[in-house]
Design a protein around this ligand. Structure first.
Ligand code: ADP
Length: 505
């Protein structure tokens, strides 16, 4: 304990007006700082409760020992403790941060201040040493650093968005790889420059960029869409969000700006727009084309009704016109239907009906084609009626389509089988042919609009690639399904229509 009294004779401490033992008690009571004295050789002379708490030694264990005990071996090896004392003398004080060792061997991050104590006669009496445990602060800082690092990497890695920070005047202070990709500038080319460099000259002229920052400051956030300019001068349609960043006390620190390139979306919208125009045009065209067809049909009928014998030449001409007019009417009707389908204007008039009736009508309509192509046709209708809620005209149209396709896509002399049957709650019609079949890669597309398996096919025989699209839509609207099967090219096809039957019959 003698050692502990020694410092009370030290000059700076003598200047206090407190009685020495009171002052000593004050120091001893401090718990958050290790405060102790070293003799000129670096041996410990006093110890307070903070030192005991931070370093783990009781005063009796440590007094008299050399203070290098608190240093990791590595620091001792490079004579750091001595260096600290020398520097303290040289500079009047020495401050350091570093790892120190507790009694139990664990380490802590310390802030150390060493002050030499000089006697009245100028001799070195020893040193005071104040050590603070900064482990918590260091961990906190480390966590902060890591989280900032993670955030930076995250921003850096985002490639689909240009993310930049702006200072309060709108100058770029950070720049991610997405920004580089989207706008074409390297970070070095933009840092420190005003963000209005990405705006169009017109926008700059009208003060729009500055307005953007004003609005963001007022409302915290502003989102807008507009043209932006890349380094190479090209423009793109962008969605821009600017968020004002404050320091937590309401003072503006800058802005975060996130830009998304909407070119693809814009292109898509314009394609959709074009598509809409096209379907509207198709609808109009179909109507206009239909108008002259009815008088033509009438005129042809008048020719046969007149009762006069037609000359072979006239009869031949009449036959050609009759067949071509039928084909033309069919195409125009298809076109009308497709515009109804694409515009969602297809309407059904459903009532209870027998699917077999629709099938019989379809066969009636398709039969001439089978005969013309000398195809062997067989029908096996279910003996029981197949009651469904359906639009007889549309259902017939679907089945005519399937039968016509079977005829079209089957060589002369081929075979076509159609059957209807009740399976559980469903009425099923299958149309099977021995024709050209469907390649697997075409299978998923044949129900698409304007899809045609073989475009080189003589289109006088083919249609517009509408039939199956329409068939699927009509069957869908009836709550049923239409599917196709084929073993592949040259191996025939089978189409199947399933429709829900009316229960309780
Ligand atoms: P279209 O017959 O007017 O071309 P569809 O929508 O009726 O249009 O048929 C689409 C395509 O599906 C056809 O072009 C054809 O390639 C294929 N397809 C339809 N039915 C058959 C069939 N029975 N056998 C082989 N291919 C078929």
């Amino acid at each position: 304990m003698n050692d502990q009294k020694a410092p009370s004779s030290v000059a700076p401490m003598k200047s206090t007006s407190h009685p020495p033992d009171l002052f000593q008690r004050l120091v001893e009571g401090v718990r958050d700082y290790a405060i102790f004295m070293l003799d000129p050789g670096g041996h410990i002379m006093s110890w307070n409760s903070g030192a005991q708490r931070i370093k783990g030694y009781a005063a009796s264990e440590i007094i008299g020992q050399h203070f290098s005990k608190f240093y990791p071996q590595e620091a001792i090896d490079r004579k750091w403790p001595q260096y600290e004392l020398e520097m303290a003398v040289k500079q009047g004080q020495f401050e350091d941060e570093g790892w120190r060792v507790r009694k139990d061997g664990t380490q802590f991050w310390a802030n150390v201040v060493i002050t030499p104590m000089i006697g009245d006669d100028g001799t070195l009496l020893g040193y005071s040493k104040v050590t603070r445990d900064l482990t918590d602060r260091r961990e906190h800082e480390e966590r902060l650093r890591q989280s900032e690092e993670r955030f930076r990497l995250l921003l850096e890695g985002v490639r689909d968005y240009a993310i930049m920070m702006l200072d309060t005047d709108g100058r770029v202070t950070s720049w991610n790889s997405g920004a580089q990709e989207m706008l074409g500038y390297e970070a070095a080319e933009v840092l420190g420059r005003s963000f209005d460099m990405f705006s169009t000259p017109e926008d700059r002229e009208s003060g729009r960029p500055a307005e953007e920052l004003r609005t963001a400051t007022l409302n915290r956030r502003v989102e807008e869409q507009g043209w932006r300019v890349r380094k190479d001068g090209s423009r793109f349609w962008a969605d821009v969000i600017v968020t004002a960043l404050d320091d937590g006390h309401g003072h503006l620190r800058g802005f975060a700006k996130v830009t998304r390139d909407l070119s693809d979306q814009k292109r898509m919208e314009s394609l959709q727009e074009q598509g809409r125009h096209l379907t509207e045009f198709l609808a109009m065209l179909a109507h206009e084309l239909r108008n002259p067809l009815a008088p033509l049909r009438n005129a042809l009928s008048v020719m046969t009704m007149s009762g006069e014998e037609m000359s072979p030449r006239i009869a031949w001409s009449h036959g050609v016109m009759d067949r071509q007019l039928a084909q033309l009417t069919r195409l125009v009707d298809d076109l009308l239907d497709v515009s109804r389908v694409t515009r969602g204007k297809l309407r059904l008039k459903t009532e209870p009906m027998d699917l077999n009736v629709g099938l019989a009508r379809a066969i009636e309509a398709a039969k001439p084609l089978f005969e013309e192509r000398r195809q062997h046709f067989e029908a096996a209708a279910s003996p029981a009626s197949l009651q469904i809620n359906g639009d007889l005209t549309r259902i017939t149209q679907v089945l005519v389509n399937l039968l016509n396709n079977a005829a079209k896509y089957t060589p002369e002399g081929g075979r076509i089988d159609v059957a209807s049957i009740a399976e559980g709650d469903e009425a099923v019609v299958r149309v099977k042919d021995t024709g050209i079949g469907i390649a697997p890669q075409n299978m998923e597309h044949i129900f698409d609009l304007f899809a045609q398996g073989d475009r080189s096919l003589d289109r006088a025989a083919g249609g517009l690639g509408i039939g199956l699209t329409l068939a699927r839509r009509v069957v869908d609207m009836h709550g049923g399904q239409i599917t196709a099967r084929s073993e592949g090219p040259g191996r025939g096809s089978e189409f199947e229509v399933r429709l829900p039957m009316i229960r309780g019959r």
